[in-house]
Design a protein around this ligand. Structure first.
Ligand code: ZN
Length: 409
C-alpha cells in the first residue's frame, strides 16, 4: 500500500503535482503551474527525496525552480525536458514582468535548478534505496516520459499520454503494472481520424492560397509547431515559422534520439524559413503560410499577423490545438472576437479549428489501460473523470483522488 497526495491537478488539467509516500521515502511526480495572467499554483510541496518530471509543459514543470530553491532534491527527467522547461520557465518570468504580476521564482532560481538535474533516458533505471524507477516514453512530446515504479508492487505514472504514432514521435506502449496512474484529459471525448483531419487541413490551406489569401497557423511552440510543419512538408508551398517554435525545433534536432525521424524534421527545418526580423515578418505574410505562437492567441507574434488579416475574407486562421476557456482562441471560436490592447475586436477573416492533439482520446486511453492489466487505476489530470471511471470500473478498482486529500491505495 502507498499513500498519495495530489498538490494540484487531480481533477483539472493544469498545475499538476503528486506526492507518493513509499515506505520512508517521499517522491514527487511533476510540479507545475497553470499558466494564466497571473498563473495559479499547486499547494506547497513538502520536502521530498526525489522529483520525477514527466515533461516540459509548464502545467507539469512550472514550479520546479521554486522546489529546488526551497529543498535539496534531485530532478529526474530527460535532457530535452531540461532544456525546454528552462526555456518555458524563463519565458514565464519574462511575461510576468511585462504584464506586471509576480511569480514565485527568478531567472536565477531557474538557472540554479539545473544543478539538481539528473538526466535519464527512456529504458534507463533510477535506483532509490530498494525502489527501481524505470523511464518509458509517453509519446506526448519529444522527451516526455512515463515512470514505472517497482517496489512491493509495480506502479506506472503516465504523465501526459499519447498512444498513437504522430509525425514527430512514436506513441507510448503499454507497461504491465499493478497500479496505473492514468491521465484523463480526453476522458469522454474522441479525436477525429488523424489522416482525414490532416487531409482537410491541407485542402483548406490550398483553398486559401488559391484565392490569394494568407493562412496563419497558431501553434504551441513545443511539439505542435513541429508536428504541423511535418504535416505540411511535401505540399510545395513555402512555410515560415515565427516565435518560440524555432528554438524548440533546434533543441529537438540536438536530441535526435527522441524523435520519430530526425531526418524528416531536419529536412523540414532546412526548408522552413525562420522569422528573425520585422522585415522577415512581412515576407512571411507575403508568402502566405505562417506557423506561429502563441497557440491560443494570448500573446506573441500571432497577434501581429491577426491584425494584418482580420478584415480580409480571403485569409484564414487555422487553430491547431485545444483552446482553453478564458483565452483569446476560445473567445474567437465562441463568438468571433479577440481581446486586443484592452478592446474587443471582431475577426472577419476565416476561422477553422483542427485539433492535432498530443493526448490519447477516450478509446485510446481505455485500450492502453486494459493492456497494462492493472488491478487499480488512479485517474487524474481531467476536468471530468466520470466517463473513464464508468468504462473501466468493471475492469479494475478505480480511484478518483481529490487535491490535498491523502489517499491510501
Ligand atoms: Zn503536456
Amino acid at each position: 500500500m502507498v499513500e498519495i497526495n495530489f498538490l494540484g491537478g487531480a481533477s483539472e488539467v493544469g498545475k499538476l503535482g503528486m506526492v507518493m509516500r513509499l515506505r520512508e521515502k517521499k517522491l514527487l511526480f511533476d510540479y507545475g503551474m497553470a499558466p494564466g495572467k497571473p498563473p495559479s499554483y499547486p499547494a506547497p510541496a513538502p520536502p521530498v527525496d526525489a522529483t520525477f518530471l514527466t515533461h516540459a509543459h509548464l502545467d507539469h514543470s512550472g514550479m520546479i525552480p521554486w522546489l529546488c530553491r526551497k529543498y535539496k532534491t534531485s530532478v529526474i527527467g530527460t535532457r530535452v525536458t531540461k532544456e525546454i522547461s528552462e526555456l518555458l520557465q524563463k519565458d514565464s518570468v519574462k511575461i510576468s514582468k511585462a504584464e506586471g504580476y509576480s511569480i514565485p521564482y527568478s531567472s536565477q532560481d531557474i538557472s540554479n535548478a539545473l544543478n539538481s538535474w539528473v538526466d535519464i533516458n527512456p529504458g534507463d533505471t533510477y535506483e532509490l534505496e530498494g525502489t527501481r524507477i524505470i523511464a518509458h516514453p509517453s509519446g506526448h512530446i519529444p522527451g516526455a516520459l512515463m515512470f514505472e515504479i517497482n517496489n512491493d508492487s509495480t506502479m506506472v505514472f503516465t504523465g501526459d499520454l499519447q498512444t498513437m504514432d504522430m509525425h514527430l514521435l512514436k506513441g507510448a506502449k503499454p507497461v504491465r503494472c499493478d497500479t496505473l496512474f492514468l491521465e484523463g484529459t480526453y476522458a469522454g471525448r474522441e479525436h477525429e481520424d488523424r489522416k482525414t483531419l490532416e487531409k482537410k487541413f491541407i485542402e483548406q490551406i490550398d483553398e486559401v492560397l488559391a484565392r490569394n489569401g494568407k493562412a496563419i497557423i497558431p501553434a504551441f511552440g513545443v511539439g505542435r509547431c513541429q508536428e504541423v510543419a511535418l504535416i505540411l512538408k511535401d505540399q510545395g508551398f513555402q512555410v515560415w515559422c515565427d516565435g518560440m517554435g524555432n528554438a524548440i525545433t533546434r533543441i529537438f534536432l540536438r536530441n535526435p534520439g527522441f524523435l520519430y525521424s530526425a531526418k524528416a524534421l531536419n529536412k523540414v527545418h532546412k526548408r522552413m524559413k525562420e522569422v528573425r526580423t520585422s522585415h522577415n515578418r512581412r515576407a512571411a505574410l507575403q508568402d502566405g503560410v505562417v506557423i506561429t505562437t502563441s497557440g491560443m492567441l494570448d500573446g506573441g507574434p500571432v497577434l501581429w499577423y491577426l491584425e494584418q488579416i482580420k478584415d480580409d475574407p480571403r485569409s484564414a486562421i487555422f487553430l491547431t490545438g485545444f483552446q482553453v476557456p478564458g483565452t483569446n482562441g476560445r473567445q474567437l471560436l465562441d463568438n468571433g472576437t479577440i481581446n486586443s490592447r484592452g478592446a474587443k475586436e471582431k475577426i472577419n477573416c476565416g476561422v477553422k479549428h483542427f485539433d492535432f492533439s498530443a493526448h490519447a482520446g477516450h478509446s485510446q486511453l481505455v485500450r492502453f489501460a486494459k493492456a497494462c492489466k492493472p488491478e487499480k487505476i488512479v485517474l487524474f489530470h481531467s476536468e471530468d473523470r466520470t466517463p473513464l471511471a464508468e468504462e473501466l470500473k468493471d475492469f479494475a478498482e478505480i480511484f478518483l483522488p481529490e487535491d490535498n486529500k491523502k489517499l491510501s491505495i
